[in-house]
Design a binder for this molecule. Structure first.
Ligand SMILES: Nc1nc2c(ncn2[C@@H]2O[C@H](COP(=O)(O)OP(=O)(O)OP(=O)(O)O)[C@@H](O)[C@H]2O)c(=O)[nH]1
Ligand SMILES: [Mg+2]
Length: 363
C-alpha cells in the first residue's frame, strides 16, 4: 500500500517538525492516519510503470556478465597467482613481489597489501613461517581472516519505540535495491516493515521503492517530489508507530546539487529520524564493490558526516575483484555487515568472514 503526502510543501527547515508533530496528533483522530496523508492503492498505471522499471532491471544488456559462484570474481581471485607461487616451491624475494602484485591487482590497495606483506616478511625472518610456498599461502589465508577480527556484524533493533535503519551512499551503488531485499528478509523474519521514500531528489526513486514495497507487501510512505526528506522519514516513523510496525527502512538520495548539501541533508535526516518514537540503530553505508578503491574515499566522507554503523557491499557477484573487502576492513573502522550478490530479492547475505576468505583462496 502506498501512502503519499498530499501537499507539496516541507521546506528544509526544522519548523516542519511542528507540522509533523501535529500530524502525529492527527493520527489518533483520523483512524491512525494523518489528516493530510492520502492512501493510494497501487493502480494499474502505477503497476504498468513499475513493470517498465522491472523490464529495465531485467534487461540482459544491463546485467552483470557471467557469475561464477556467490562471490563472482572474488571467488578464487588469488587462486591463479597463488598456484603459480605454490609451484615455485621455495619463497624468495621474487615470490613476495609476485604476491604483492597479485594483491594489488585484486584491489586490496597499497596500505593493506603492505600490512600483510610486512607481517609475512617478519614471520619469514623469525622463521615462524617456513620458506615453502604452501606454508606461505596457508599463513596468508589465516592473516586475511585475522583482518576481520570479531567485529559486530549484527543489525540492531531498538528496545523500545520504532527502529530506524537509514541507507546512505552515492548514486547507483544499490541503496534502494538493498532496502528492497532487506524488507523481504525482515518481513520473512516476522517483523512489520515500513519503507520511507527519502530520495525525493530523483523523480523515479519513489516509483522504484514502491515496486520493492509491493514485492514484500509492506507499506511505503512517500513525499511529493522535492519534499524535505527528513519530513518523509518523520511521517514514515509516525505511520509505523501508529500501526505498531517494528522497523522503518529509510532510503536517501545519492546525489544532490553538491556534496555539502547531501551531507547536510543526511545529517538532518538522521537527527529528525532519531526523535521519539524513532530510534536510529543503523546507518548503513552502501558501497559498490566494483568501484574499487574509490569506495574507501566515499566511506570516509559518509562516516564523518553521518556516523555510519556498518557497510553493505553490493555487486560482489559481478566484476568486483573482492580485494576491496580487505581494504575496507583494514582501513576503515567499519564492519561490512551485508553483501549484495545479485539483483534479486534473495541476493543479500550476512557477511561471513570465513566463508569469504575461503572463497578468496579457493582453487
Ligand atoms: N549485480 C548486482 N547488481 C546490483 C546489486 N545491488 C544493486 N544492483 C543494481 O545496481 C543498480 C543501482 O541500484 P539502486 O538500488 O537503484 O541504487 P541506488 O543507490 O538506490 O541509486 P540512486 O537512487 O540513483 O542513488 C540497479 O540496476 C540494481 O539492480 C548487487 O548486489 N548485484
Ligand atoms: Mg535509489
Amino acid at each position: 500500500m502506498l501512502f503519499r503526502r498530499a501537499a507539496a510543501k516541507n521546506t528544509a527547515d526544522e519548523a516542519d517538525l511542528d507540522e509533523a508533530n501535529a500530524d502525529e496528533q492527527d493520527l489518533d483522530e483520523h483512524g491512525g492516519l494523518p489528516a493530510d496523508l492520502e492512501i493510494d492503492h497501487l493502480d494499474e498505471d502505477q503497476i504498468a510503470d513499475d513493470q517498465t522499471y522491472e523490464e529495465q532491471v531485467n534487461d540482459p544488456s544491463q546485467k552483470v556478465p557471467a557469475r561464477s559462484g556467490r562471490f563472482g570474481r572474488s571467488r578464487g581471485f588469488l587462486s591463479s597467482p597463488l598456484s603459480a607461487l605454490r609451484r615455485g616451491g621455495r619463497v624468495d624475494e621474487r615470490t613476495l613481489d609476485e604476491l604483492e602484485e597479485a594483491l594489488l591487482l585484486a584491489d586490496v590497495g597499497i596500505s593493506t597489501t603492505n600490512f600483510l606483506l610486512t607481517d609475512v616478511r617478519a614471520k619469514l625472518r623469525s622463521k615462524e613461517l617456513g620458506g615453502d610456498a604452501t606454508s606461505l599461502v596457508a599463513y596468508l589465508e589465516g592473516a586475511v581472516l585475522g583482518l576481520f577480527g570479531d567485529d559486530d556484524r549484527e543489525l540492531h533493533y531498538a528496545d523500545v519505540g520504532t527502529t530506524v535503519w537509514l541507507f546512505v551512499g552515492v548514486n547507483g551503488v544499490g541503496k534502494t535495491t538493498s532496502i528492497g531485499k532487506l524488507a523481504h528478509r525482515e518481513t520473512a523474519a516476522g517483523r512489520r516493515v515500513v519503507l520511507a521514500a527519502g530520495d525525493t531528489f530523483r523523480a523515479a526513486a519513489g516509483e522504484q521503492l514502491a515496486l520493492w514495497a509491493q514485492r514484500s507487501n509492506v507499506d511505503i510512505v512517500q513525499g511529493a517530489d522535492g519534499a524535505d526528506p527528513s519530513s518523509v522519514l518523520f511521517d514514515a516513523i509516525a505511520h509505523a508507530h501508529a500501526r505498531g510496525a517494528d522497523l522503518v527502512l529509510g532510503d536517501s538520495a545519492g546525489r544532490l546539487h553538491n556534496k555539502a548539501n547531501l551531507m547536510e541533508e543526511l545529517k538532518k535526516v538522521r537527527r529528525v529520524a532519531d526523535r521519539e518514537p524513532g530510534h536510529v540503530t543503523e546507518v548503513l553505508l552502501v558501497l559498490d564493490a566494483t568501484t574499487g578503491q574509490n569506495g574507501l574515499a566515499q566511506a570516509r566522507e559518509f562516516a564523518q558526516a553521518v556516523g555510519v554503523t556498518g557497510i553493505i557491499l553490493t555487486k560482489l557477484d559481478g566484476t568486483a575483484k573482492g580485494g576491496i573487502v580487505l581494504a575496507i576492513q583494514h582501513e576503515m573502522d567499519l564492519p561490512i555487515k551485508l553483501v549484495g550478490l545479485g539483483e534479486g530479492i534473495d541476493d543479500l547475505a550476512t557477511f561471513d568472514p570465513s566463508e569469504f576468505t575461503s572463497a578468496l583462496f579457493a582453487s
